[in-house]
Design a protein around this ligand. Sequence first.
Ligand SMILES: Cc1cc2nc3c(=O)[nH]c(=O)nc-3n(C[C@H](O)[C@H](O)[C@H](O)COP(=O)(O)OP(=O)(O)OC[C@H]3O[C@@H](n4cnc5c(N)ncnc54)[C@H](O)[C@@H]3O)c2cc1C
Ligand SMILES: *[C@@H]1O[C@H](CO)[C@@H](O)[C@H](O)[C@H]1NC(C)=O
Ligand SMILES: *[C@@H]1O[C@H](CO)[C@@H](O)[C@H](O)[C@H]1NC(C)=O
Ligand SMILES: CC(=O)N[C@H]1CO[C@H](CO)[C@@H](O)[C@@H]1O
Length: 600
Amino acid sequence: MTSFDYVVVGGGLAGLVVAARLAEDASKTVAVIEAGGHVSDQAGVQIPGLCQQNLTKPDLDWGFLSTPQGGVGDRPIYLPRGKGVGGSSILNFMSSGRASSTEYDAIESLGAKGWNWKELQKYFVKSESFSPSKQDLDKYSVRPDAEYHGTEGPIKRIYPPWDGGNMYGKYYSALHSLGVPSNPDNCNGNTVGTCVVTNTIDPKTLTRSSSATAYYEPNKDKANLTVITDAIASRVLFGDSPSGKDVRAEGVEYIKDKITHKVTATREVILAAGSFQTPQLLELSGIGDEAILKRHGIPVTVNLPGVGANLLIGSSADRSFQDHISTMYTAEMDQQYESMDRLGDPAEAGKEMELYQTKKEGIFASTPSIAYAFLPLRYFSDVDIISRKASAQIQANEGALPGTTKILQKQQEWLSSDKVPQLEIVQVSAFFPAKGAVPQPGKKYFSIFLGLLHPLSIGSVHISSTDPLAPPAIDLNVLSKDVDLDIMVDAVKYARKVVSTDALKDVVRAEVSPGAAVKTDEEIKAFIRDNLSTVFHPVGTAAMLSRADGGVVDETLKVYGTQNLRVVDASVIPIQLAAHTQATVYAVAEKAADIIKSGA
Ligand SMILES: Cc1cc2nc3c(=O)[nH]c(=O)nc-3n(C[C@H](O)[C@H](O)[C@H](O)COP(=O)(O)OP(=O)(O)OC[C@H]3O[C@@H](n4cnc5c(N)ncnc54)[C@H](O)[C@@H]3O)c2cc1C
Ligand SMILES: *[C@@H]1O[C@H](CO)[C@@H](O)[C@H](O)[C@H]1NC(C)=O
Ligand SMILES: *[C@@H]1O[C@H](CO)[C@@H](O)[C@H](O)[C@H]1NC(C)=O
Ligand SMILES: CC(=O)N[C@H]1CO[C@H](CO)[C@@H](O)[C@@H]1O
């Protein structure tokens, strides 16, 4: 079959949600074109504790590199992206959280009517099943409010089964002693404070719950849902349309087994290739900034300068998967406490794997980090100083699209908000590799992940060539506004303050990284520049904003200038959110499916 009602490009997190929901209508046919294969039954995908093992593996990770980043000494930054049925939902680290209601409401106030906290709330609930045990509620001192959680949706969510040797308790006491509140449910629109974050893991099998297991597998035998794997979409095909009229998408061209194929869409084409590849496909199809398209000799179908602009990342010092990225804070930990470092001993790793396989318990039943806190700026920095600097740097943002300026103004406003976190600070009982620092055998380590949630530096992604198989040029523009660096310096100092509290004084020993030699602000800045990485939450590259503001899609997710081409993935989210993105992308995709079904 080569003709379908709907053709979805990208069988990732959002693509499979939309495809499965559209295929609920037995009178409609749906095809999904996915570049990777079916891999969700692999151990490295299924077992939570192995979630980092497939990073950089070309079968499962696109493994993009950014362009060399001036802000970090011209280093390119590694940008993993999932490949295969399930997309990044089969490669991600399974933390599931939501941003604050203020941030979702900002999507609407930036111009996307109907996209607010209350509305998305319905779809958070629809997408998930979450029924924590009383034992977990007591253990983690959490009180999720039933109103905000779903019990019958496809994605399974649980509290981490392995509690990391109860280190979260000491870590939270440290934060509480510095005035951070405890948050009994950080999915109800208020995210500030300490909270154990849940994981997308199936409680029955203790394996990963992804869009592949939750949305695709239960529907895979449906005659009207077809997933074409190992197929790379190369462009959207448009019919002839009178000039001045919106163009009509008629199908998609893709490459499989080195042969070019075509598939026809009688109703709609839906792009769900993710924040880096959706803008790439739009540009390859002639939709984007005229000047960029002309430079590559691509005929202009729709001139939309916002395509690939507004790349919003969360920068952070991150744990290292390779030599070139690293972390912000690691210290030795007292031997009496539990840490994942013992997995470095093959005998210990073998015992833990056996424990997982026989009893579904132990380190491998969970993801590496459970102890989270989300902090507004005032908890760790000087709001007045940072706000003044930010304001001056935003003024200097000349030449940007009007929407970009509005996004930055919103972010400026949030610097003094008590509801919008700027820092994610997560404790991990394990060594975070930084170049020049190696774990010593037999030692245990206490690390703190510091994620800057609303960086003011905004990047872009554009095609680097007309070859659909060539990676796009991803310019994070990281630290281009140096107020981001100032905030991170304060975050590093705050991490040091946390470990020096009474609650942690018998836990944390000598600092390994940044290391005692790194003292002054200038030294901390150099450390950050040398060690900064990004988290994996790019959004905004096909932003849902008005066309005049440089938006790419309207509030029905339809691409401006087209009759029937939509974008449904993380790239439509117009502003960075202080949360890991997956729960939001599930909700966006669920809402998108309802919009499409309604015929809007
Ligand atoms: C390593 C990693 C860890 C993460 N950890 C977390 C976490 O712990 N918690 C959290 O909330 N979020 C996490 N995320 C982020 C989260 O997984 C993403 O935000 C989410 O998956 C985005 O969904 P998407 O549908 O936009 O894109 P994706 O899920 O990436 O799907 C895009 C799909 O399109 C396919 N594709 C791309 N181009 C083409 C083409 N030309 N033709 C055909 N197919 C194509 C890709 O192969 C992929 O399957 C993580 C991400 C990564 C990469
Ligand atoms: C993913 O990781 C698992 C566990 O280490 C490994 O068995 C598997 O081969 C990896 N997959 C690929 C494609 O390399
Ligand atoms: C991290 O920073 C330190 C101090 O500036 C530097 O010596 C080290 O090389 C950096 N690590 C990486 C991975 O760049
Ligand atoms: C149009 C079409 O092919 N519809 C089919 C969708 O799948 C269901 C269940 O397999 C069938 O009953 C429909 O005929």
